[in-house]
Design a protein around this ligand. Structure first.
Ligand code: GTP
Ligand code: MG
Length: 260
């Protein structure tokens, strides 16, 4: 069975969530693989991931990094492995804490036949949030509003970490030049995708607040995100990004079309 779709799961102290998440991912009706990017979690998440990789060679991979280096750089490490070592055609990203439920992945894969980037979105019809604190909802809506207003992003949920990118999208982006290392990486990636004319679609999801474990988002991350948006805004004003006409979608040639 050849697998061409991999989910990148960045982890930092997610031992309470990882086993159940990988179980659910591997049980999906579509065969997908996973790349866990662990930043030397003190709670043993990296060891748990290693056990899955031993049990499922070629299907579960682990990247171990020496210390907490940020969400953005974790995604980039995962992208490089998926693109250049594994040769994946579709690359997803999701959080480990069940805010992004694996049950939406089949819908995202289906939409990737006609879109280059697919967002698991809270802010399209049918999407929403569950059990989130008011503070968290305001933070998310505010960040989205600012990103869309200042950067001209068209997606309704521009800060979502639940995404699917087709291979050609990631190959078109100079991953080493991305300056955000943390959460604002997501906004920067979407900015780069849109400026390159890739077609972006959104699948409605219900985003649930984390079930177990602790948040990693800090005040410092929020400041860093504001700085990122400001830098990208200046870049937008300068118009320095290559602006290509909207690219039409040629369907992914899958080895196993029945999976879609
Ligand atoms: N490898 C790695 N993973 C990280 C890092 N920071 C966060 N993560 C992971 O990225 C995902 C998103 O982080 P969360 O802490 O859930 O962020 P959040 O969803 O904004 O915050 P919550 O309200 O706690 O859910 C989770 O799977 C984290 O374990 C990091 O520096 N390195
Ligand atoms: Mg979370």
């Amino acid at each position: 069975m050849s697998i061409d779709t991999y989910v990148i799961v960045p982890t930092y102290n997610e031992a309470d969530n990882l086993d159940e998440l990988l179980e659910q991912l591997l049980a999906l009706p579509t065969s997908i693989g996973a790349i866990v990017v662990d930043d030397n979690s003190a709670d043993g998440t990296g060891d748990l991931a290693d056990r899955w990789a031993e049990r499922y060679p070629g299907r579960v991979y682990v990247i171990h990094r020496p210390s907490k280096m940020g969400l953005g750089t974790a995604y980039i490490a995962g992208f490089k492995k998926a693109l250049y070592e594994i040769g994946a055609e579709r690359i997803l990203t999701m959080d480990a804490d069940f805010s992004h439920n694996p049950r939406y992945i089949p819908d995202m894969l289906a939409m990737s036949q006609s879109k280059h980037v697919v967002i698991g979105s809270r802010y399209v019809s049918g999407g929403g949030t569950r059990n989130c604190t008011r503070k968290r909802i305001i933070l998310s809506l505010g960040a989205n509003f600012i990103a869309r207003a200042l950067l001209g992003l068209k997606a309704r949920d521009a800060t979502a970490g639940f995404r699917l990118y087709r291979r050609e999208v990631l190959l078109s982006i100079p991953l080493d030049e991305i300056f955000s290392s943390g959460y604002s990486f997501l906004v920067e990636m979407l900015f780069l995708c849109q400026r390159r004319g890739w077609q972006i679609g959104e699948v409605p999801i219900i985003f649930e607040d984390r079930r177990k474990g602790q948040t990693k988002i800090s005040r410092q991350e929020i400041f860093k995100a504001q700085y990122t948006i400001f830098r990208l805004f200046l870049r937008r004003l300068r118009g320095g990004e290559p602006r290509r006409p909207t690219i039409s979608v040629s369907p992914v040639i899958s080895n196993d079309k029945s999976q879609l």
